[in-house]
Design a protein around this ligand. Structure first.
Ligand SMILES: Cc1ncc(COP(=O)(O)O)c(C=O)c1O
Length: 406
């Protein structure tokens, strides 16, 4: 069976295919991993931790039946999210007009692109990036303008990067903390980006799905709180990562009323409202005491330490890891491309991680490693990697531009 493909949108369909190739590479590796015994998976990005039982029970208690909710989501959940932004981010949001609940942030990402991007619009995105953006931008008919990071400069997106690369773009996608690099732009950096975006007249889609997983001292600053232009700012976030609730599929978009209206119109003809039970569970998550986010952060912090210790011991340079669920490591010294490295590592050592080129063509000597296995397994994975690299006789070249982490 052949499937239809965006007729008349040649630029877009190229990035759709590119995104599909990147995503399918990761899915192929996961399928292969499932055929093996005793694999330690540091691949996929969905939290392995359990959703707290109290949150699920709280969802059941609140669940009021299968009434048809507004397509933009239960008002009580939108009000809860607005209260959260007021208390934690110092931002006022009108729950009636400025929030839409989506089926995971993933649907939000696609709806946002369809609502913001017309065929031929330029959308600036960091390279490397979460490859779903290639697909979403391509489906909307937009053209990606890559903003290179890494190499002889940091992985953090900076205001000057926008001035150099994003001029003439309509939209900027800013994922903070970053998937795949784990870099996290701090408050000053976010303010600088907001001011550059204002100067350049960019609409900003700030994907803040990892906002609660931040390891540095500085508190996370939402783009909404950065003196950004509110009528040009959209924030995407959700419950999957912070509350280990991926399976419930609850994300949300915050943006100006006209944007939320456009999202609702698209959503009403594609998926309708997010399932009511999931929304009630998200509401229970907002009220959960003790707040599980702190405990999860502690678990991720210990896993991150185990990864950093392992990479340091093995002499594998790794990117700065300020937040999110991933680390980004340079395997160029082993004399093979990242895809070969990952396939061989899976085959010979039973450790799954993803090659960097599934996040952008340039990243053929990098790998993305997740924090999503128990600490003991991460330590064992590092031992297995050590055993594997000992068998390799590759040229040793350590990239001096990459921090050795801390
Ligand atoms: C940057 C980014 N945005 C959005 C999503 C989608 O998250 P959700 O599980 O809420 O659909 C992910 C998932 O990995 C992600 O990494």
């Amino acid at each position: 069976m052949t499937t239809a493909r965006q007729p008349g949108r040649p630029a877009g369909s190229a990035s759709v295919r590119k995104g599909e190739r990147a995503t399918s590479l990761r899915y192929r590796m996961m399928a292969l991993a499932r055929t093996r015994e005793n694999v330690i998976s540091l691949g996929r990005g969905d939290p392995d931790l359990d959703t707290p039982a109290g949150i699920i029970e709280g969802g059941l208690d609140r669940f009021a039946g299968l009434a048809t909710d507004p397509v933009r989501g239960l008002l009580s959940l939108r009000e809860g999210i607005a209260r959260r932004y007021a208390s934690e981010r110092g931002v006022t949001i009108d729950p009636a007009t400025e929030i839409a609940i989506t089926n995971g942030a993933q649907e939000g990402l696609f709806l946002a692109m369809l609502a913001l991007v017309d065929p031929g619009d330029r959308v600036a995105c960091q390279d490397p990036r979460y490859s779903s953006y290639d697909q979403a931008i391509g489906i909307a008919g937009g053209d990606i303008v890559p903003i290179p990071t890494g190499g002889d400069r940091p992985f953090h997106l900076g205001a000057d990067d926008l001035r150099t690369h994003a001029r003439g773009a309509k939209v900027l996608v800013f994922v903070n903390p970053s998937n795949p690099t784990g870099s996290c732009v701090g408050p000053e950096g976010v303010r600088g980006l907001a001011s550059a975006a204002r100067e350049l007249g960019l609409v900003v889609l700030a994907d803040e799905i990892y906002e609660d997983i931040v390891f540095g001292e500085a508190p996370f600053l939402s783009f909404l709180a950065a003196d950004s232009s509110r009528e040009r700012t959209v924030v995407l976030s959700g419950f999957s990562k912070a509350y280990a609730m991926t399976g419930f599929r609850v994300g949300y978009l915050i943006g100006p009323p006209a944007f939320i209206d456009a999202v609702e119109a698209l959503k009403s003809t594609t998926s309708g409202p997010c399932p009511a039970f999931s929304q009630y569970t998200a509401l229970a998550a907002l009220d959960a005491r003790p707040d599980p986010r702190q405990a999860y952060l502690g678990v991720y912090r210990r896993r991150r330490r185990a990864l950093i210790d392992g990479f340091t011991r093995l002499g594998i340079p790794h990117g700065p890891h300020g937040g999110g669920l991933f680390m980004w490591a340079d395997v160029s010294r082993f004399g093979m491309d990242a895809e070969t490295f990952c396939y061989r590592l899976l085959d010979e050592a039973g450790v799954l991680m993803f090659p960097g080129n599934s996040f952008g063509d340039r990243w053929r000597s990098w790998v993305r490693v997740s924090l999503l296995a128990p600490e003991a397994q991460i330590r064992e994975a590092m031992d297995r990697i050590g055993g594997f690299v000992d068998t390799i006789d590759g040229p040793v070249h350590v990239n001096p531009d990459v921090t050795s982490g801390s």
